[in-house]
Ligand binder design. Structure first.
Ligand SMILES: O=C(O)CCC(=O)C(=O)O
Ligand SMILES: [Fe+2]
Length: 153
């Protein structure tokens, strides 16, 4: 599939510079949000508070949006990123979700519209993010690149 190859290309280019030892996953996900669907703030990989270990092996999230390229802010569905919250990865004392979820307009939140053709890459273990309610049907194809050793990189 062309989209997956595209995302793999971006991941490989990043790996070439950052030496994350990324591995191609076996699966990808096509997600369709409809009728005001949203996704609350989360990390794609996080520390399990009970064990202090990362919950999975996801290291890099890569998303391709398969929507109208002229998606507008009125259509909702932005990917809201909170780069100034956290990071959880590697932290001995992860914040509790109730402590770390900022107010919507909290310092430094960045909204990315899911415009068709747009590709977003981010650190699965660090970036707190959410999907705002989408008024129109919203497609996203996601690939989570993993590392052999979750503690690596
Ligand atoms: O579709 C998006 O923009 C992000 C979705 C997401 O955060 C997830 O599936 O973990
Ligand atoms: Fe996510």
């Amino acid at each position: 599939m062309e989209v997956i190859r595209l995302l793999e290309g971006f991941a490989a280019a990043l790996d070439g510079r950052l030496h994350l030892h990324l591995r191609r996953p076996r699966r990808c996900m096509a997600a369709c949000y409809e009728g005001g669907a949203f996704y609350t703030p989360h990390r794609d990989n996080d520390l399990d508070p009970s064990t202090g270990e990362l919950k999975n092996r996801r290291a890099l999230t890569a998303i391709f949006y398969a929507n109208d390229p002229d998606w507008t802010i009125e259509q909702g569905g932005a990917l809201r990123c909170h780069p100034n919250v956290g990071p959880a990865a590697g932290s001995a004392q992860p914040l509790k979700p109730s402590q770390e979820v900022p107010m919507p307009e909290a310092a430094g939140a960045v909204d990315i519209l899911p415009s068709g053709g747009r590709v977003v890459l981010f650190d699965s273990r660090r970036l707190l993010h959410e999907v705002l309610p989408a008024k129109d049907r919203r497609w996203a194809i996601s690939v989570w690149f993993v590392t052999e050793d979750a503690s690596a990189a």
